[in-house]
Design a protein around this ligand. Structure first.
Ligand code: PHE
Length: 356
């Protein structure tokens, strides 16, 4: 099996945005850590510099993610080889943390092959928390009582965390599904007249805790949240690519001292769009197409939309519109034409599509 990880993605693994104290993602991470340290002194151990390269076992198997689950596929996940991936979530580290600590917080960059727009980027950041107890320690007699206790504690904790970060917002809990927790829940907040999902969580399944080397009477909770999703709201950052820019007009706006300051947009440069149409081969994964586009256009690609699809004589044709826009400068038509040329050259070679 060959790796599906491009050099561009490998570069991102070196950026370590969470370790830059004045980066908005890092400021947010720090605020969340502080919330837990203040409310539960000397309880949570934090960790934010684990290698994103993890065994398939930790990312999927031990978390009871089924063998045929779509998130395991080559079109969704970056594989170094058959047994190693770029973590798709920070939950991959829960086994290690649970083998050492009863309560932990952990943040890291995670990677998923995905569509392209202002909210999706193949790399983003998660902050994870976990806490366990033994039944005897709390004087409980059944596992059900433990689970109930954990879920109540989890809900109150996360509600007050959300209040601290987002202010006095309306909130609601929905049932969710994760293979490694039961029950599983998601928290939504009311934000600008919409409901926004801000985290997933639940009580660890007993088998997951056993997989982590814990005993039959250990129970507890876990949660995971997407830092970009939170940061885009509290700092008012409109495009996910901005987190990765090295433009000083972005990087100098934030500081740990200023906390949750609002981003002042610098001028938005004009968009330049180009369409590309091709006959779709028998085996075609849209994420492979997005990846080629990203490899050619990098962060100049703002958004890719499928704008047409038709079938003729048993063959299907797609047309995609690629929106190019720089965060930092004006683009010339010539340079975009250049990128489009490269794309037209690479697509038939890499994906066996026939251009139209
Ligand atoms: N790992 C889950 C995700 O990436 C989030 C999660 C973490 C859910 C911990 C439950 C418990 O979507």
């Amino acid at each position: 099996m060959t790796s599906n990880i491009s050099p561009k993605i490998l570069e991102l693994t070196q950026r370590k945005l969470l370790l830059k104290p004045h980066h908005p993602l890092s400021i947010l991470k720090q605020k969340i850590y502080e919330f837990f340290h203040r409310n539960y002194p000397n309880t949570f151990t934090t960790e934010d510099n684990f290698d994103p390269k993890v065994p398939v076992k930790n990312n999927f198997d031990l978390l009871l993610i089924p063998e045929n689950h779509p998130s395991r596929s080559l079109s969704d996940t970056y594989y170094f080889g058959p047994d190693t991936v770029l973590r798709t979530h920070t939950t991959a580290h829960d086994f290690y943390m649970l083998s050492k600590y009863n309560a932990f917080l952990l943040a890291g960059d995670v990677y998923r092959r995905d569509e392209i727009d202002a909210k999706h980027y193949p790399a983003f950041h998660q902050l994870e928390g976990g806490r366990v107890w033994k039944l005897s320690e709390l004087g409980l007699s059944t596992y059900e009582q433990g689970t109930k206790y954990a879920v109540e504690e989890l809900k109150t904790t996360l509600e007050s965390l959300a209040k601290e970060v987002f202010g006095n917002v309306e909130m609601r809990w929905n049932e969710e599904y994760f293979p490694f927790t039961d029950p599983s829940l998601e928290l939504e907040i009311r934000w600008m007249d919409d409901w926004l999902e801000i985290l997933g969580c639940g009580a660890y399944k007993k088998q997951v805790l056993l997989n982590a080397g814990r005993d039959e009477e250990t129970f507890g909770w876990a949660f995971g949240l997407g830092l970009e999703r939170w940061a885009m709201k509290v700092f008012e950052i409109p495009d996910i690519r901005l987190f990765w820019t090295q433009d000083e007009r972005f990087t100098t706006q934030f500081s740990a001292e200023k906390g949750f300051s609002k981003f002042t947009p610098y001028s938005k440069y004009p968009v330049c769009y180009k369409d590309i149409s091709f006959w779709v081969p028998e085996f075609f994964a849209e994420n492979d197409f997005f990846e080629v586009v990203r490899n050619v256009g990098g962060d100049l690609v703002e958004k890719v939309d499928k704008i047409d699809c038709f079938t003729k004589n048993g063959r299907t044709s797609y047309c995609y519109r690629i929106n190019y826009r720089s965060m930092d400068r004006s683009l010339t038509n010539e340079e975009i034409d250049q990128l489009q040329f490269q794309l037209r050259d690479l697509l038939p070679k890499q994906l066996s599509v026939e251009l139209r």
